[in-house]
Design a protein around this ligand. Structure first.
Ligand code: GTR
Length: 359
């Protein structure tokens, strides 16, 4: 059944050959895919800073009844004679271990937050490093503030120059740079997470930055996890008209013209392979289109299988509320309810990671 649905959508193949591929061959194809995604959709990321520095601004080692240390840290990137700083918060359990950790791209800096059950995450043995996306650059057409000001400095944005999603993703990688300086984190178990526009950002981060062992997108929808061709709810035309600054200028060519995209969003999921990717959907999030998010997982599975790994383990039907598919390198659940990053979503992410990484 699903094979027919994918055929009807007219998806572009990720990998022409039907044969198993070596990891070198895949890395070559993967870098072509990343170039395509940056060139046509998100824009190329800001250049690497000449220098990075970190400063702990505040510390509370009695957070969560004394179980967790919460630090506020300033991350500063130096580009020639320009500097840019943004705050990040680290919540790390107080035990004597190396903790697996989330890099969480959030809408707010608050801890805890409605999208962010800090104590429960830490009680489950995970640390969490979070930042507020608008501390990196504003969520609007202003390209003169934050990191955007450093990159563009008053210049116009054109063609494949980065949009805001790329900049938020750049910041998530800088948080990973900071994580590398901490001795109580397990760097082999780093997971990037985001919801909605920040779920799109988490997927791009996982695709571009191989230090993340899993990228988790919650309700990321259009230009995130969801297949664009044949998608219901939000389409490229809607998203580009409302949020042109999230993307590069080239993306507007595909408004009402999805069939000419030289890829579809399953390429973004597959670009994370052989590392893991997780897609979470909510039944009533029709603007995101849960069926299209699911079909993307089905289509991306091809790459894992050709690499000799388990891809997406799922039945041959569309998803239902309560489905939890945690057996493969592509993890998935669909819960009831609306567009939201709920505690229920976090508990599924945690269960998947515990199972897959033997945490
Ligand atoms: C919507 C947008 C979606 C989604 C959402 C969000 O308005 O159309 O693609 O990203 O915003 O980020 O909350």
């Amino acid at each position: 059944m699903l094979e027919n649905l994918l055929r009807e959508r007219g998806l572009t193949k990720i990998w022409d050959s039907s044969e198993i591929c070596s990891s070198d061959e895949w890395e070559k194809r993967r870098s072509e895919i990343l170039k395509l995604l940056c060139n046509e959709e998100y824009g190329f990321l800001p250049c690497t800073p000449d220098n990075l520095s970190f400063e702990v601004l505040e510390q509370d080692n009695k957070f969560c009844a004394g179980k967790v240390t919460l630090n506020k840290v300033s991350i500063t990137a130096q580009f020639g004679n320009k500097r840019f700083s943004f705050p990040c918060w680290t919540s790390i359990p107080n035990g004597n271990k190396k903790y697996p950790f989330f890099v969480f791209i959030n809408f707010r800096g608050d801890i805890p937050d409605k999208y962010f059950p800090t104590e429960e995450i830490c009680d489950n043995g995970f640390a969490i490093l979070s930042f507020c996306y608008e501390d990196v650059t504003s969520d609007d057409n202003n390209f003169s503030d934050g990191i955007a000001g450093v990159i563009y400095g008053g210049k116009d944005r054109k063609d494949n120059d980065c949009g805001k999603i790329s900049m938020w993703s750049w910041a998530a990688s800088r948080v990973m740079d900071y994580a590398k300086t901490l001795s109580n984190l397990d760097l082999t178990k780093a997971f990037v997470v985001g919801h909605s526009r920040l779920g799109k950002t988490a997927l791009l981060t996982g695709a571009l930055d191989a230090r993340f062992a899993c990228a988790i997108s919650n309700d990321s929808g259009c230009s995130g996890a969801a297949i664009t061709r044949g998608k219901r709810g939000e389409k490229i035309k809607d998203i580009y008209n409302s949020f042109p600054y999230w993307f590069c200028a080239n993306y507007k060519k595909y408004m009402d013209n999805e069939h000419n995209l030289p890829f579809d969003q399953h390429f973004l999921l597959a670009a994370i392979a052989p590392r893991k990717v997780y897609v979470a959907s909510a039944k009533e999030d029709l603007w995101a289109d849960p069926d299209s998010e699911y079909l993307s997982c089905v289509a991306a599975s091809e790459v894992y299988e050709k690499l000799g790994f388990t891809g997406f383990v799922h039945p041959d039907r569309l998803p239902n509320v309560g489905d939890v598919f945690h057996k493969g390198n592509i993890g998935y659940h669909m819960r009831d309810g609306l567009h939201y990053l709920s505690r229920e979503d976090w508990l599924h992410f945690i269960a998947y990671l515990k199972k897959q990484f033997k945490i």
